[in-house]
Design a protein around this ligand. Structure first.
Ligand code: SIN
Length: 504
């Protein structure tokens, strides 16, 4: 019986920015943000680097940022979208600043612009080494000031509901969700539904992504019939801090290499120049592959990041969180080599959207990491993701504000779909299945054995269904099924990657 004009699923930068902009522009519309855990537990808070934006028009230009993005994307970006995002960036940053977000400046008052791999110029706006956390905290503080937004935590979306309109066209009419406090699956109707559910890094053994990154939005959109594209372009971050038996790994920002840190082997020798003339500042795909090649040759588990030659005071000012974390595990960046390994970090593809953030299902939008906008191509340029989230949240907000008055609520009430759900039981067996999936996907990214990976995914699905048939549905089961769906899409899209063409 519940309804809201706009339903946003996910509470990272993209979802919050869309909610705030829309609520300010249209105070007459009701907006619900649903998130499956606590509001600040998604990927945004872990973004260390910052936001890539051209602010210095003397030493930089939009064209240079556009060319760097296209070059990192390996011929698979949509140039029209790249141009739109880069050129819109200053306006979106201005809006972020009015929402209270602070970026670091130099003593002279000008922006302290960071450098990261693949960028030909310093252009990263950042807040020390916790840019994402700063953004997440400040945006979450704005939400209570807007009475037309309701933020609902601990609500796990299970599936989108779709119906047919008068012209027989399928449209999204709402969402089935699991209320974790009431243990019931319920339905909420909405006129516009926005997926901002983040990525799927939890599919891999080594990842920088938090527990919640289980690909839910992509899986739900796929089941609702939306087009999914370029999903196999998973970006591996070259420098996750290696700690045995840790999942996820702590990120060591690319900004460290921009600041001058070296990647070295066990003999303390730099080796990246053998692979690319830009050395440590080559794009992530190149640096990660280079590290993997060295690891294969040596049989070692990790290489090292060497920060010992850097000015330590300046280093600590820029990277206090990273330094403090290293110290908690007994490593001092001033004296010790830091063990690093590539880890799954970002889903470059996802739910196909146009420049207005519309998916191929009517009334359904997707923004942020779960979407495929055409900006990233094969390999996202560092710090372009928060920028993409801002621009496509804006685009989606504008489109929703313009069109929502013509959209009616569905009149269907899904009473019969209500179903009980059990809280998670740690002994249910789903955690072990998730680990098997992580092993299988990690092996797949090494050996590209699609048949083996698909067989494993199928077997895991059968076992999960068997366990589930003996009990009531649980959140772990829902997430595992989403992960298996996304895993099989990734493997299938890799198999057919010759047919993956740039979006037009
Ligand atoms: C980093 O700081 O290296 C991560 C930022 C990003 O993923 O762009």
């Amino acid at each position: 019986m519940e309804k809201t004009d706009i339903l946003i699923i996910g509470s990272g930068l993209a979802g919050l920015f869309l909610a705030i902009k829309t609520a300010q522009k249209r105070p007459d519309l009701s907006i619900v943000i649903m998130t499956k855990s606590l509001a600040d537990t998604g990927n945004t808070r872990y973004a260390q680097g910052g936001i890539a934006t051209v602010t210095d028009l003397v030493n930089d230009s939009y064209e240079q940022h556009i060319q760097d993005t296209l070059s990192a994307g390996g011929g698979c970006c949509n140039e029209k979208i790249v141009r739109m995002v880069v050129q819109q960036a200053p306006d979106r940053i201005e809006e972020l600043l009015t929402m209270g977000i602070a970026f670091d400046t130099k003593p002279s008052g000008i922006w302290d612009l960071g450098l990261e791999g693949g960028h030909s110029r310093n252009r990263i706006l950042h807040h020390k080494d916790i840019s994402g956390l700063e953004i997440e905290r400040k945006l979450l503080a704005v939400i209570p000031q807007l009475p037309n937004i309701r933020l609902l935590e601990n609500q796990l979306c299970v599936d989108l509901s779709t119906e047919k309109d008068k012209t027989d066209q399928e449209y999204c009419s709402g969402v089935f969700y699991f209320n974790k406090t009431r243990h019931r699956i319920k339905h909420i109707r909405a006129r516009s539904i926005v997926l901002s559910t983040g990525g799927c890094g939890q599919l891999f053994k080594n990842t920088t992504n938090p527990e919640v990154a289980t690909g839910d939005g992509v899986a739900m959109a796929y089941r609702a019939g939306a087009a999914i594209e370029q999903l196999h372009y998973i970006q591996f971050h070259p420098t996750a801090l290696y700690e045995a038996n840790k999942h996820p790994f702590f990120l060591l920002s690319e900004a460290l290499r921009g600041f001058g840190a070296y990647v070295v082997d066990e003999n303390q020798k730099r080796f990246l120049f053998k692979y690319d003339t830009r050395g440590e500042l080559a794009t992530r795909d190149i640096v990660s592959q280079a590290i993997n090649s060295e690891l294969e040759k040596t049989g070692k588990k990790h290489v090292y990041l060497d920060c010992r030659h850097l000015d330590y005071d300046a280093f600590y000012r820029h990277f206090p969180t990273i330094t403090d974390y290293c110290r908690t595990i007994g490593l001092n960046p001033q004296e010790d080599l830091i063990p690093v390994v590539p880890a799954a970090h970002y889903q470059c593809g996802g739910i196909t959207v146009d420049q207005h953030s519309r998916t191929t299902v009517k009334n359904l939008y997707a923004i942020g990491e779960c979407s495929c906008t055409g900006l990233h191509g094969k390999n996202r340029l560092a710090s372009n993701s928060l920028l993409e989230a801002l621009v496509f949240a804006h685009q989606g907000s504008e489109h929703i504000c313009k069109t929502i008055d013509t959209i009616a609520f569905s009149s269907l009430i899904f009473m019969n779909k209500q179903q009980s759900v059990l809280p998670d039981n740690p002994d249910s067996g789903f955690a072990a299945l998730k680990e098997e999936l992580q092993q299988a996907m990690t092996a797949f990214y090494t050996d590209k054995e699609a048949k083996t990976a698909l067989n494993t995914i199928k077997q895991l699905k059968t076992t999960a269904d068997q366990i589930n048939s003996k009990q009531k549905i649980t959140p772990s089961f829902i997430e595992l099924i989403n992960m298996l769906t996304v895993a099989s899409l990734i493997v299938e899209q890799t198999k057919h990657s010759k047919n993956v063409t740039p979006l037009t």
